[in-house]
Design a protein around this ligand. Sequence first.
Ligand SMILES: Cc1cc2nc3c(=O)[nH]c(=O)nc-3n(C[C@H](O)[C@H](O)[C@H](O)COP(=O)(O)OP(=O)(O)OC[C@H]3O[C@@H](n4cnc5c(N)ncnc54)[C@H](O)[C@@H]3O)c2cc1C
Length: 481
Amino acid sequence: MPLKPILLLMNETLRLDDHMALVSACESGAPVIPLFILDDAGAGDWKLGGARRWWLRESLKRLEKSLQAKGSRLILRSGNTAEMVSGLLGDVSAVYMTRSYSPIGRRVQEEIHQQCTVHDVDCRRFAGNLLLEPEDVRTKTGGIYEVFSPFWRRALELIDGSPPLGAPDRIPAPDAWPESDDLDDLKLDPKPAHWAEPIAATWVPGEDAAHDMLAKFLAEAARDYKAKRDVPGVEATSRLSPYLANGEISPRRIWAETQLHVMTNEQDRTGGDWFLRELGWREFSTHLLFNNPTLPVRPLKAQFEDFPWREGMDDKVEAWQQGRTGFPIVDAGMRQLWQTGWMHNRVRMIVASFLVKDMLWHWRTGEDWFWDTLVDADLANNAASWQWVAGCGADAAPYFRIFNPITQGEKFDPEGDYIRTYVPELSDLPNDYIHKPFEAPAGVLKMAGISLGETYPKPILDRKACRERALAALASIKKAA
Ligand SMILES: Cc1cc2nc3c(=O)[nH]c(=O)nc-3n(C[C@H](O)[C@H](O)[C@H](O)COP(=O)(O)OP(=O)(O)OC[C@H]3O[C@@H](n4cnc5c(N)ncnc54)[C@H](O)[C@@H]3O)c2cc1C
């Protein structure tokens, strides 16, 4: 009797390298049916945003090719995930998948598990997208870490550095394949189509590109990572975030390659350690989401439930989204996001602080915009980071510490390189005024070809008054508490 195939749900893990569920399925000797299901309705408010949809389409194309090279295929479906899987259970012996940590992903995987039990089909969830499972990193008393440094100290004790698994040489194919949708049926094309053109010019999705990016980072940027990671005008960080968000590279692979690199390049060790520490923030955010499923919608600090955030849309929020606030570093960041689907971490903090503190807008408005426009949009990292900036999250920046976009710009982009890339209409301003064109004398503006309010916006707000308003808002919840 030929073995019945194993259904391999690839939703969380668009890669062949270090894919435990895939390797285990291949080792069983049974044929394997790789399956990807797009479940927009099931994702509710967290349906993939525009930038992630563009990325996913490109990634699925490449995954299909990699699978074909191993003698396999990728079956595509769209619809309710648990129902789709359930409809295939009569023809398979098992369902394997990589574990999800998001509230929706966990619920769907639990539904699949229950369906498998009903149909007497083996169901296995494998680790794969974290260095450590959330249940394994606990305080001495079994509690959950709410502060990053002790979390990471404990994590470093636990990470065993076990080597990542390579991709299988061949993936056994079944005698008959289930029906597959076409990629076009998944409706992943951006609207309007030209919106994604600059994003497509910036990125190459897929796992091969992820490995190239890691190798390039280690060879060229790891050494100076600690010193330069906050400078947005240079390519000093790995830009691996979209590949991690799409499961195209495993954190274990990144860990192993970085350790190997610093063993032979001792001078890169400090940079390498700082880089891995950032990967630690990703672990921390995911553990936070796992332990607090309402993280994307509710503040972790309960007193912030009553904070007088402003909500909805108005022309100031539109100016923020479009990079027309009149504050160059904020505008450069928001335009980098729109044009490339990514923004430098330092600038993410600056634009987020501007929205939640200077504008007093709800952090969820920013979280939603980032969700739609980031190629690395990640439920845990996005929610935890917005809450961190807003002062209502775990280990958060205190609310009263309000970033000044001018001094931040002067400190981290002193020559104005970043501003000149994304706000070209300010290119001819001297460095002294590049972060504050509204303070430039009329003659300087004229020489630079700038007419405030026409070629570049006047500031949309008075920062001094806004700072006082923000601190008064904070005081109002302190009084209530
Ligand atoms: C308001 C706000 C929203 C954010 N939203 C997201 C998001 O949706 N998705 C996302 O992946 N990151 C998010 N971040 C975190 C961070 O900005 C990005 O992970 C980082 O800029 C990615 O660039 P990189 O890959 O070059 O990072 P590197 O500096 O090369 O770091 C390596 C990896 O570590 C992880 N990492 C780095 N910094 C952080 C951080 N502060 N928190 C959590 N993980 C981190 C990422 O996976 C990153 O790819 C957000 C930060 C802020 C302030």
